[in-house]
Design a binder for this molecule. Structure first.
Ligand code: SF4
Ligand code: SF4
Length: 340
């Protein structure tokens, strides 16, 4: 059974009485396990593909890794990455005890366009805005948790708060943070969206996932801009995904421009070459993630003159709205400049 604040007294009571009747503590433990299982069952029932649970305390290694990465300036100008709350999620929910981590497979079997005049858009953005899809499911799960008892508190996030989603997914046993910085799952590869629910319920936790990149270095070798500076460390300053989506400068750096290879929104190269993705990617059953045709078949020359009204129409309910019309024109023009 999940424990709330009011059940602390109950815990003490069980602790004392189980010294006299030891079998009671095992019954209570079984009740707790059932509750964690129930949370997972509910998450799967709501359509999440993977779910795991971690305890809320920060782990030193992840904090050290984050600090080193920030110190090197590898976050470029993404200042939200240095929000101190990312080191300890209890800053988001003071009495949080558990983090429920969920994953949603978004892979569809369509290939990227290969024609020289076509723009490449990262798979995660082909269909409906993932924030909307995840939030709807997370909200339902969060409400269900709140109904478990008085005093149950929850906060949920889907790439929308100061939460290190991959760290929590690894700690909750969903997958591992790979050499290319993505989270790889055994069931779906790295084509997954992640979400989290923080709660003051004290749930039984899962074992952290082990790392399975082994001696493979395919992603490091394939990255056209050497953005994976060493295994597990990606420098955003060199990454096409950062430059096409987040960089607000009028022009892109020349050593990025000449390696774009058709990418105008994100970059999937280090995921496409990954043997785990090649072997374990599965077609998603989430219909909202099926691509809008215009996101898979758009000419660079059209994007280079994208108007505000075309942008508004084309990217409605899309995560691609983060890329403003002038950025689409900039990214497309940069590709065209180097396409001869
Ligand atoms: S997203 Fe592209 S540019 Fe960034 S690390 Fe991966 S392969 Fe390199
Ligand atoms: S390509 Fe190899 S090293 Fe890179 S993430 Fe995949 S398994 Fe790990």
């Amino acid at each position: 059974m999940a424990r709330t604040n009011t059940s602390i007294d109950f815990d003490d009571f069980i602790g004392q009485i189980s010294r006299v009747f030891p079998f009671l503590s095992s019954i209570y433990l079984t009740m707790q396990q059932t509750s964690s299982d129930r949370v997972k069952e509910k998450a799967i029932e709501l359509g999440f593909h993977l779910v795991g649970i971690a305890s809320v305390e920060p782990d030193d290694e992840s904090v050290r890794h984050l600090r080193n990465w920030l110190q090197q300036g590898y976050h470029a100008d993404m200042d939200w990455m240095s929000n101190p709350k990312r080191e300890d999620v209890r800053a988001c929910l003071a009495d949080a005890k558990s983090v429920i981590s969920v994953a949603l497979n978004y892979y569809t079997s369509h290939p990227q366009p290969t024609e020289i005049d076509r723009a490449k858009i990262s798979r995660y953005a082909w269909g409906r805005d993932y924030h909307r899809v995840l939030h709807k499911k997370l909200k339902t799960l969060a409400q269900w948790l709140e109904e478990r008892g008085e005093g149950v508190r929850v906060r949920y996030y889907a790439d929308t708060g100061p939460v290190q989603d991959k760290v929590w997914a690894q700690r909750a046993g969903i997958g591992w943070i790979a050499k290319n910085g993505n989270l790889i799952t055994r069931n779906y590869g790295s084509w997954v969206f992640l979400g989290e629910i923080l709660t003051n319920l004290e749930l039984e936790v899962d074992r952290p996932h082990t790392q399975h990149c082994g001696s493979c270095t395919r992603c490091l070798e394939a990255c056209p801009t050497q953005a994976i500076v060493r295994p597990f460390v990606v420098d955003a300053n060199r990454c096409i995904a950062y430059h096409t989506i987040e960089n607000r400068a009028e022009t892109l750096p020349s050593d990025i421009e000449n390696h774009l290879q058709g990418w105008v929104a994100g970059c999937d190269i280090c995921q496409e070459v990954c043997p785990w993705n090649q072997r374990f990617a599965k077609e998603t059953d989430v219909s909202e993630f099926q691509p809008y045709p215009e996101n898979r078949d758009v000419k660079l020359s059209e994007l280079a003159k994208l108007s505000e009204s075309d942008w508004d129409r084309q990217f409605r309910a899309s995560a691609l709205r983060r890329i403003k019309p002038w950025m689409w024109r900039r990214n497309a023009a940069a590709n065209l400049k180097h396409s001869d």
